[in-house]
Design a protein around this ligand. Structure first.
Ligand code: GRF
Length: 298
């Protein structure tokens, strides 16, 4: 459960401990303050007392966790966390989740291209359910058995599976993207090369995530375990993620963002892949949102 939460929230072990500590301290602080307020009011401990106590705790809890999150360095997490709760309570999230949710004019429509499991796609979809600026409107895959298609189904997102012919020149894909009014493309574990014909339709609007610190360990055949194996075999001290614009050369376009992680003694391909995924879940959606926001401001 601990691991799952860590993945969902996109945080490392230390931050996870600090977040749980903030929850615990915030909970006991608000219960204490509510008790003290009622003590001062000298109300009798009857059912009204309990109703007021519960109301006070509910109001004080967000204030307490936010205050405690400052010294523990978790303010950003709790600000987002409380915002999500508020969105859910005020119905914004469910409106957004709804299959029939109307997409406003300003919303950027994203297509995610993926060939595999699609855990990044899943994470990006969840993120944009709460971010009104953009919406994941299409999933494209070159693999009819890819897990990302289940992710799309779960989230009621239309899919396009590219056949061999489709991948000869991407003409039908480009048509489909335009029919779905796609403005922005995110490659999240897409293994095929993006042709010039598609890049020219989406200048600076296609970004990719690579599970290493480019320009090292990029290029044809450098994906998934191959990357991590090469990094470990070369006895690198660190690896990380790179988010970059896509050009006609594999893993080559302008770098937008990088984040590092340490390679520890005895690091395995699996353990490194896990570390990289945590970094991806933490940063990729936010970087996509920033790029889209910048471009929309132009
Ligand atoms: C990620 O590690 C990404 O960096 C790479 O492919 C992997 C996709 O993983 N390009 P998932 O399918 O999102 O789980």
């Amino acid at each position: 459960m601990f691991k799952k939460l860590q993945q969902k929230w996109g945080v490392n072990g230390i931050n996870m401990v600090l977040i749980i500590t903030t929850f615990a301290l915030g909970g006991s602080a608000c219960a204490r303050v509510a008790g003290l307020i009622l003590k001062l009011s000298s109300l009798e401990k009857n059912s009204i007392w309990w109703i007021i106590y519960i109301l006070l705790v509910t109001i004080l809890w967000p204030i307490c966790v936010i205050l405690i999150s400052f010294p523990l360095g978790q303010f950003k997490f709790f600000k987002n966390y409380l915002f999500r709760i508020w969105s859910k309570m005020s119905g914004k999230a469910s409106e957004n989740n709804s299959k029939n949710a109307k997409i406003t004019k300003k919303q950027t429509k994203i297509a995610i291209f993926a060939s595999g499991k699609g855990s990044n796609a899943d994470n990006i979809i969840s993120y944009f359910k709460l971010n009104q600026k953009a919406d994941v409107a299409l999933i494209v895959s070159d693999n009819a058995a890819a897990g990302v298609l289940d992710v799309a189904e779960k989230n009621n997102i239309p899919v396009m599976v590219l056949s061999k012919e489709d991948r000869l020149n991407y003409a039908s894909c480009i048509k489909h993207l335009s029919k779905n009014e796609i403005d922005f493309i995110v490659l999240a574990g897409y293994l095929k090369k993006i042709p010039a014909s598609l890049i020219s339709q989406y200048p600076d609007k296609i970004i990719n995530i690579h599970p290493a610190l480019l320009p090292k360990y990029g290029g044809k055949g450098m994906y998934g375990a191959n990357v991590h194996r090469a990094v470990i075999e070369n006895k690198e001290k660190e690896s990380g993620i790179t988010i970059h614009f896509v050009d006609e050369v594999y893993d080559h376009g302008k770098i937008i963002f990088q984040e590092k992680c340490e390679i520890e003694n005895g690091e395995t391909i699996e353990s490194l892949a896990k570390k990289i995924h945590i970094l991806e879940y933490k940063h990729f959606p936010q970087v996509i949102a920033n790029v889209i926001q910048k471009q929309n401001q132009r």
